[in-house]
Design a protein around this ligand. Sequence first.
Ligand code: UDP
Length: 367
Amino acid sequence: MKYDYLIVGAGIYGAIFACEMNKAGKKVLVIDKRDHIAGNIYTESVEGINVHKYGAHIFHTNDKKVWDYVNSFADFNRYTNSPVANYKGELYSLPFNMYTFNKMWGVVTPEEAAAKIESQRKEAGITTPRNLEEQAISLVGTDIYEKLIKGYTMKQWGRPCTELPSFIIKRLPVRLTFDNNYFNALYQGIPMGGYTKMVENMLEGIEVRLGVDFFENRDELMSIADKIVYTGAIDGFFDYKLGYLEYRSVRFETEVLDKPNFQGNAVVNYTDSETPFTRIIEHKFFEFGTQEKTVISREYSSEWKFGDEPYYPVNDDKNGELYNAYVELSKAVPNVIFGGRLGEYKYYDMDVVVGKALSMVEAQLNG
Ligand code: UDP
């Protein structure tokens, strides 16, 4: 065997795994079908602005070990995500907090806000939420659900809120304070100089082959390493033989504008159901950019079909069962490790992926 590990996919999972194994003296090869590293956290400089080519990525974590780890590859800035919701021209603060409640209902104190939410929850008659709609109404009431959640969620997931699992909305904090920080995380920021540079640092000194499609050279590639770390979609690895797992795909329309400031914020969500895109990202504001121009991306969500890029796993019960069946199949290939958002078919944030990659390295070295 020429390599100890062949790593399929140069995203954050693959890059960290490769980096740590290389440090441990293992021989590793990283391949990626794209012509660049960094997977979906890839950033590219346009007009001096780091553009998040595969969607906005904001690093946030409560795990000090993970935070220290990523900071060893990049300096992070003090960016704090505070998206604005635009509902038919009305602007609301996100996540749901006292600014949102004041704008929606004119309430001034936390008690008034809590009472308003409670009365709307009661009126809706929800005791134990069984789906995203019921969960949302019981967290923030019907008005906020109707204006800020229903349309946006329908666009992002292509399914009504009554058919979606409630955990999706639990990602968002609800606060009776004037705190617009989208995340409940102790540590948050964007790597200065872009994510690509950070991943480049992780991959320093490691053999990386770009533009290599694992499936086109599968037999040969499987034979050059003891073990394979596969970070693509798990159903794809098994040629979809048990059926397709569902994913949401995302498409971006990116424009350079000859003005310094288009929307005054990095993220503006369009929460009505008529606007065809879910949000507009103004990339310079992730890094407090002062360039003369600006770059914006409109984000459109669609159902994944074969040939598209998979982005979000649709983690409902049906897909959960199919995923478990693929995990059963994977037991027949014990030399293949499935990792990352696609390999594990989980709606992971970046920090979780970092943690998972580090524990997999540990398990491999000590297991
Ligand atoms: N969400 C919403 N309205 C918003 C923002 C988010 O209803 O303005 C809901 C929606 O269901 C979405 C979920 O919250 O799928 C999680 O949103 P998040 O911004 O965390 O998604 P991501 O950034 O991972 O795409």
